[in-house]
Design a protein around this ligand. Sequence first.
Ligand SMILES: [Zn+2]
Length: 403
Amino acid sequence: MTVQERFLRYISFDTTSDESCAACPSSERQWALARVLEKEMKDMGVSDVRLDGHCYLYGHIPSNAPGAPAIGLIAHMDTVDAVPGGPIHPRVFRYEGGDIVLNREKDIVMREKDFASLADHVGKDLIVTDGTTLLGADDKAGVAEILTLCEFVLNNPDFRHGKICVGFTPDEEIGRGADLFDVKGFGADFAYTVDGGRPQGVSYENFNAASAKVLVHGFSIHPGSAKNKMRNALRMAIEFNSLLPASEIPECTEGREGFYHLCRLTGEEQEAEIRYIIRDHDRQKFEQRKERMQKIAAYLNDKYGDGAFELILKDSYYNMKEKVQQRPEVVDRAFAALTACGLTPVSAPIRGGTDGARLSFMGLPCPNLGTGGYNGHGIFEYACVQEMAIMVEALKKIVEANA
Ligand SMILES: [Zn+2]
């Protein structure tokens, strides 16, 4: 099967994950695709195919090149729930430039001026949606590329490679894809998530991330007799926020600039609650951001009385760079593979996290590779057929034993 055929097959399954469900997998519908992949892997001859009780699917291809490293390839099976995950009506066509009409009836058009990446795909075959769903290239393009590689390796016994470990996870889009990943059983020396965009991208820097919850305890009294008595929790919450640096917010930052993001503010005079996420690529600056919040809470507790502000900080994940840097061969290998495929590798810092970041801290260094999928998480998601094929070639170079 070609990578395009595989891809079209996998996106016919709606595998939307569900943040509101605490179980793993978070949605029963992820099983249907997992079982199809399990059967495909067994049929093509992947060894020790194992679909566990939480919808994690593993398998490996034994090494035929003694001494070569065991390399893991990881993708996620779920899709995001921000837009409908099915039924997907994909369209494959040769892109000649200009705007793309996704849905004439509903007047849904992908404008060239809104999506700069389109300019790189003139003359290429694109797969788009009908404007009513996402496409699922994030990350079924990754799944299709990994299994196309596996089929090639198993059909070409002369191709020399180390052990190839394959892992497909549920629930990545709700941040839980690494939670129950069996790093030990997976058996790789290092790995790559195949879950990015453009094929030349290799990402091994992501945010350090924490969440902050601020509970504000006020004192409510009839406004007519409030003088010198009322402590309005809402106004106190606004005061807390006003003490944070005004320009260190997502709207004003890019590249490696960190931020505090106010994502929720609720309450009334008596009680209020503020939620933030804190992000910074630099670990030291990340720690300083948390300290600044603690200092603001302490200052306001001096002002309003002890216990008026309760600050609960929780780290979410860390920048994988500090782990990946200890194993430079992991990024070097990806760069060499992409270069051999005629690409010029680039690594831009990710302004987010990846499952690979969590896995890196679980002992499995794990940068992220591209898929040829674009505009994930929305109706303008599309995939480039030629770039998916290039990624299969790049994966071959990555797992190939340099004899
Ligand atoms: Zn993804």
